[in-house]
Design a protein around this ligand. Structure first.
Ligand SMILES: *Cc1c(COP(=O)(O)O)cnc(C)c1O
Length: 475
């Protein structure tokens, strides 16, 4: 890693090299200069340290607890990525610097695009979108522009009812109408219904594979063929890519365009709404529409190319969330091809281990095997007025972050667990034991305790409607 850091960082020249010149003279116009001196509170270092440490203790974090939040892939993020992202040669770069002084940054972005192509089977990537949902919007704008260019009027996008809520929102925002496709009872795409819905109006089908039940779509090749015969574009929501990295590629399955959540699959910390990165990959025929600028390698150096007249334009200020891009690049290089495949296998093994320990007494709509995550339906075991939300809140009392609940919408009283590959068998065993105590013991003997949970957290049970409508965002 030291070698990698040396290699990449020597090509990045911060506007000011703070290692050799800490007395930088900066000429700020006098009208922009402060008139009075700044007043910082006069407190001791230990008081400051305690203030921030205590604040951090009020929060849930992966550094203190297991975080089985299905769909979100809350895995441990290697600290080395943080160290690299904080290196002054990266964090002192300014986006307005001349390209020639940031060749190392451009090279990293260029190489990450190539790595994502190799992993996904796409031909080109842009790193600009700031999150998964933003990637979806970018992808759908590309699809709209493509049909505009070939002069076809296609106005609808088909999305399964198991999809993440951002899929229909992004499609609407990009100007499409959404047609919802009902899933079969085991969460698969209903091929007969799909055939009925396909016509010359359908621009795209958006699929999450494996789907939000953690199950691989059995008929995926039939679906992509049906779409292509209809001139319809296949969009891959890559939020669950961590289940298949190194095993199969969306490009090989027939997908034409996709996004990847770097902050899920490629280990950049996230939570509380950011920071993220949602690169979009396309097959060759969609390349002309990618956002500008494109990074190109003109043999002597890397440059930004703005000369693309069919591009959808810019979709984010500057060039993407660079620190997240950097962390994912380090993660991919650190693990290498073999390490990435091992991560995938371990993630799938961990999820199946948990599922195997829970499935005998609880309904599993997706079946008895899963990929990287699984969904349980607690409906048939809930007793004494307890709801799934109460079970999730009670887990907080035992020091766990609550799993995802009530998603996907097609499963009643659903609870979705994703252990990720970075958790040990001991951690999983302990969690399974506590979960079983709550649902098989406390629910019978102490249901009121569950219904009023949590009891041990800084903030107790919230009225969720009021909390969502009138959030108090400060202490
Ligand atoms: C997380 C997720 C998204 C949205 O990604 P963000 O980065 O949160 O915007 C879309 N689809 C699925 C299936 C997801 O899990």
């Amino acid at each position: 890693m030291e070698k990698l850091l040396n290699e990449i960082s020597t090509c990045c020249q911060p506007a000011y090299d703070i290692s050799c010149d800490i007395n930088i003279e900066i000429n700020i116009p006098s009208n922009l200069q402060r008139c009075s001196s700044l007043h910082f509170p006069n407190i001791t270092e230990s008081d400051l340290l305690r203030h921030f440490t205590n604040l951090s203790r009020n929060n849930y974090a992966l550094s203190t607890t297991f975080y089985p939040l299905g769909s979100c892939t809350m895995k441990h993020n290697p600290l080395i990525s943080e160290q690299v992202a904080r290196h002054y040669r990266f964090n002192q770069i300014h986006p307005y610097q001349d390209e020639l002084t940031i060749q190392g940054n451009l090279e990293i972005m260029y190489k990450l695009e190539q790595d994502l192509c190799a992993i996904s089977g796409m031909d080109y990537f842009t790193l600009q979108p700031a999150a998964g949902a933003h990637g979806e919007l970018t992808g759908l704008l590309i699809i709209a522009k493509y049909f505009e260019t070939i002069k076809q009027k296609r106005t609808t996008v088909i999305i399964p009812d198991s999809a993440h809520g951002t899929n229909p929102s992004s499609a609407m925002l990009a100007g499409f109408n959404v047609i919802t496709l009902d899933s079969t009872h085991d969460g698969q795409i209903n091929i007969d219904k799909l055939k009925q819905l396909l016509n010359e109006n359908v621009a795209a089908i958006m699929l999450t594979v494996p789907n939000t039940l953690g199950v691989f779509e059995k008929n995926i090749l039939t679906i992509t063929e049906l779409a292509h015969n209809n001139g319809t574009i296949m969009y891959y929501d890559g939020a669950n890519l961590n289940a298949i990295v190194g095993i199969i590629k969306p490009g090989d399955l027939g997908f034409d365009i996709m996004h990847i959540n770097l902050h899920k699959t490629f280990a950049a910390p996230h939570g509380g709404g950011g920071p993220g990165s949602g690169p979009v990959g396309v097959k060759k025929f969609l390349e002309p529409f990618l956002p500008i600028p494109r990074i190109i390698n003109n043999k002597t150096h890397f440059v930004f190319n703005y000369e693309k007249h069919q591009s959808i334009g810019k979709i984010k200020a500057f060039f993407g969330n660079f620190p997240v891009i950097l962390k994912s690049y380090v993660y991919i290089k650190l693990l290498g091809a073999e390490g990435l495949i091992n991560s995938t296998k371990q993630a799938v093994l961990n999820a199946n281990y948990m599922l195997a320990k829970l499935r005998d007494n609880i309904d599993v709509p997706g079946g008895h095997k899963c990929l990287h995550e699984f969904v349980l339906s607690l409906k048939s075991i809930l007793k004494n007025g307890v709801k799934t939300v109460d079970v999730a809140k009670r887990l907080l009392d035992y020091g766990y972050y609550a799993p995802t609940i009530y998603f996907p919408l097609i499963v009643e009283e659903s609870i979705m667990m994703e252990p990720t590959e970075t958790e040990s068998k001991q951690t999983l065993d302990k969690f399974i034991e506590i979960f079983k105590i709550i649902i098989f013991k406390e629910m019978l003997d102490e249901s009121d305790k569950i219904k009023c949970a949590p009891h041990t957290t800084i903030v107790r049970r919230l009225d969720e409607v009021i909390a969502a409508r009138n959030p108090v965002l400060r202490w």
